[in-house]
Design a protein around this ligand. Structure first.
Ligand code: HEM
Length: 413
């Protein structure tokens, strides 16, 4: 049997081979070519073609985001279940619309532009700290750089005091880690503990903010507390959506920065091109998002009998959207397995599409541009000190460790 047929036939999100975590793209290509609407052992389907993924995103009436049915057996009656089923991303209108409007109002292009100066300061501070280690220093670009940026930006968005930000990243990793297709008992326990601790922390923060409200123009927490049109969120909706917002902006953006820096090392000609033409940074960020999508999978459930890619689906069929696969579809992207920092057009679906399209995408793009652009300008000769270590996750693709040697450019005299 041809290798692609074997890969497609044996694919099951709940039983992924080690090689898949290193490089999922050969499997995604095999699926697109051999089984674009792949039925899995649990009755769900996996979509790998761009056209099918986009069609699902566009039809939120037939393809619901509500996760009560999917998450009940996965989490049981638990903090993780309550959290994920209360987040806007895993709900349909009207809850989704109410929460989204409140968040989106503080993330307009004008608000995002106003965040740039503080972001540049933060990034330069991190770069200074790396440079201070001296030429030839080995630095983990994830711990020392990529993960340190989003935590600050999202912390600023909710105006979380600086000295209280330390636990945010671990809570976030534990809660999002529990979204993997399969879950160990230890992961489940870690996720539930993180939700409990996060809720306790946020309840205190909300109390303080109610006593001393921030500027609702820029402070998302004050906006969520105030609600809109006399319609405030319930206490649980408020806390869980704050947790979601903090999580949504963390690992995804860390991975955009880490994946971008790693991809440039694997494609030295593209790195040289970007160094020679820094104005390509905008399109380069889009290409990193397409080429190594930080969020590789999406999920929906059918509300009625329907059809996708010529395959009939019964009501209540769970559908996994292969975002990363769609972004490598040769029907839409020329030479899709090649990194091209100047790619245009580049209509990737790394931020999803339709009514749930990422509300933070403007912010994520800005973070990617500033972080990668300023890093490259400062350390153009950076290189790996050890093989990159991938985090073994199917949904959120990134690195656990990216140990690099960073040599600052000699100062001009
Ligand atoms: C590279 C970084 C990011 C990626 C790849 C990403 C990806 C995504 C995707 C694919 C969705 C759609 C989910 C679905 O349709 O089921 C989404 C939704 C969302 N994202 Fe992002 N995201 C990123 C950064 C951020 C940031 C920085 C924030 C916050 C400031 C954020 C906040 C949200 C929110 C609130 C939603 C839910 C929107 C809704 O349900 O209407 N994201 N994101």
């Amino acid at each position: 049997m041809p290798a692609d047929r074997v890969l497609a036939d044996s694919f099951d999100l709940r039983r992924l081979a080690d090689a898949f975590y290193d490089d999922p793209y050969p499997t995604y290509r095999a699926l697109r070519e051999q089984a674009p609407v792949k039925r899995m052992a649990d009755g769900s389907v996996f979509l790998s073609r761009y056209a099918d993924v986009v069609a699902v995103y566009k039809d939120s009436g037939v393809f619901s985001s509500d996760k009560h049915e999917e998450f009940a057996p996965k989490y049981g009656d638990s903090p993780l279940f309550e959290h994920h089923t209360t987040s806007l991303v895993f709900n349909d209108p009207p809850l989704h619309t109410r929460v989204r409007r409140l968040i989106a109002g503080a993330l307009t292009p004008r608000h995002i532009a106003a965040m740039e100066a503080r972001l540049v300061d933060r990034v330069d501070h991190l770069l200074d700290a790396m440079a201070a280690r001296g030429g030839g220093a080995e630095v983990d670009l994830i711990a020392a750089f990529a993960s340190a940026i989003p935590v600050e930006i999202i912390g600023n968005l909710l105006d979380i005091p600086n000295e209280e930000r330390a636990p945010l990243r671990d809570w976030s990793l534990a809660i999002l880690g529990a979204l993997e297709p399969t879950l160990s008992e230890a992961q489940r326990e870690r996720g539930n503990r993180a939700v409990r601790e996060f809720l306790l922390y946020l309840a205190g923060l909300v109390e303080r903010r109610r006593a001393a409200p921030g500027d609702p123009e820029v402070d998302v927490l004050s906006r969520l507390i105030a609600g809109e049109g006399g319609e405030a969120l319930s206490a649980a909706e408020l806390l869980h959506n704050c947790i979601f917002l903090l999580n949504a902006g963390h690992e995804t953006t860390t991975n955009l920065i880490g994946n971008g820096l790693a991809a440039l090392l694997a494609w030295p000609d593209e790195k040289a091109r970007l160094l020679a033409e820094p104005t390509l940074m905008r399109s380069a960020v889009e290409e990193f998002l397409r080429f190594e999508s930080s969020n590789q999978l999406g999920n929906r459930i059918t509300t009625c009998a329907t059809e996708i890619g010529g395959v009939a689906l019964a009501p209540r069929t769970q559908v996994t959207l292969g975002i990363a696969s769609a972004n490598r579809d040769a029907e839409t992207f020329a030479d899709p397995d090649r990194l091209d920092v100047g790619r245009a057009p580049n209509r990737h679906v790394a931020f999803g599409s339709g009514i749930h399209q990422c509300v933070g995408m403007g912010l994520a793009r800005l973070e990617g541009r500033v972080a990668i652009g300023r890093f490259l300008a400062r350390f153009p000769r950076y290189r790996l000190a050890a093989p990159a270590v991938r985090a073994r996750r199917a949904r959120f693709r990134g690195h656990a460790r990216l140990l690099a040697i960073v040599d600052p450019l000699p100062a001009l005299s």
